[in-house]
Design a binder for this molecule. Structure first.
Ligand SMILES: [Zn+2]
Length: 377
């Protein structure tokens, strides 16, 4: 018995040792010249492999997470349309949700420009100072905006859950019962709710030298959510969100940024298995998909009816990185934003049926009254 325990301890020690000595090595070995800083060191790759740039998506795409400028004038509309034409973006969802006159002025301007087949509009919810009666008031505004042409809600920003306060000064929790009527109304109207919750889990962790997002957190202090006196943990926030989903299983949900679960797709799979009405959107998480091309491809194949294309910030020259990761099997190529990721990307080589679901099929299915012109019949 005692021998077994000693052996067990020894093998546990052996498991610990490599990590320990590796850390010692890094700490004790001093370069003979002063090392560059994290922002200076930028080695170029010497790897020579086939390259396939993809300036246009293989199939016409819907950008569910569109943040174009306000589309209330022909100049803005034409600028966005010419970028969309080059990228093979057939429809953009204006996900900078707007309500009332800001919504209708854009719908009218797009129609006047003859592009009603290229843009659809989501509405927004005023979630500030929620108190008794707020839910009914917000639901009424939602009904009015949908009657005026909105086909979804969102993007609901991350401040819902992280910062938004109730009228009584407390944090508005994602599953606050006052808002139940709003989510039920969305379900009854058959429109999707596009919601961004939290941020990458590293933003909630200590800003130490093992944090994968050290540089981004140092560049943008407002992305640090690790002060426990101000913010819930990542896990608590997601649990709160899951209670919201569990209450509203007749509402169609799209979780922005794949719920920030792309560094643990298994967890996202569990969520998809638990809630058939829940979908994920791929904006701004390409760095995670492109570092696990085989696992991510298997995931996209398994859940092909649940994942939608979206880009987030409107930078036309960044879309082709998405096409390249999704469509090619290219290896070890640059990503467009170095503070997101200290690594290179690999192509997932998705098959056509998965690409079609990702690019437009799922969007045409879950968003009501989508224009169908321009998509393969
Ligand atoms: Zn967004």
């Amino acid at each position: 018995m005692r021998v077994t325990r000693v052996l067990f301890l020894l093998s546990a020690l052996a498991l610990l040792l490599p990590t320990h000595s590796e850390a010692q090595f890094r700490r004790n070995t001093v370069p003979t010249i002063p090392p560059p800083t994290i922002t200076e060191y930028n080695p170029r790759s010497t790897l020579v492999v086939p390259e396939h740039e993809v300036p246009r998506a293989k199939f016409p795409a819907v950008d569910l997470h569109g943040h174009p400028p306000t589309l209330n004038n022909p100049q803005a509309i034409n600028l966005v349309i010419s970028a969309m034409d080059e990228l093979n973006l057939q429809v953009m969802v204006q996900a900078r949700g707007s309500s009332g006159e800001r919504l209708t002025s854009q719908i009218e301007a797009v129609r006047a420009a003859g592009y009603e087949d290229r843009f659809v509009f989501f509405t927004t919810l005023n979630l500030r100072n929620v108190g008794p009666g707020s839910g009914a008031r917000i639901a009424a505004q939602l009904e009015a905006d949908v009657a005026a042409g909105a086909v979804g809600i969102g993007e609901i920003g991350k401040s819902f859950g992280l910062g938004t306060r109730k009228a009584d000064g407390t944090r508005l929790q994602l599953d606050d019962p006052e808002l139940d009527i709003v989510w039920e109304t969305a379900g009854r109207l058959g429109i999707p709710v596009f919601i961004h919750t939290g941020d990458p889990s590293e933003f909630f962790r200590p800003l130490d030298l093992e944090n994968e997002r050290w540089l981004e957190m140092a560049l943008f202090p407002n992305r640090q959510f690790n002060d426990r006196s101000r913010f819930p943990t990542f896990e608590d926030l997601m649990a709160e969100r899951d209670r919201l989903l569990a209450k509203h299983t007749n509402t169609t949900w799209v979780l922005a940024h794949m719920s920030w679960y792309t560094q643990d797709l298994g967890k996202l799979g569990e969520l998809f298995d638990r809630f058939p009405n829940v979908h994920g959107e791929v904006g701004a998480v390409l760095y995670d998909l492109g570092r696990q091309p085989r696992f991510a491809r298997a995931f996209f194949e398994k859940y092909k009816d649940r994942i939608l294309f979206g880009k987030d910030s409107f930078q036309p020259d960044e879309y082709p990185y998405y096409w390249r990761v999704f469509e090619t099997e290219d290896e070890y190529f640059d990503y467009y934003r170095n503070y997101h990721a200290f690594w290179q990307l690999y192509g997932m080589g998705l098959p056509d049926d998965v690409l079609q679901a990702l690019y437009y099929g799922n969007a045409l299915r879950i968003i009501p009254n989508m224009p169908t012109a321009g998509f393969p019949g």
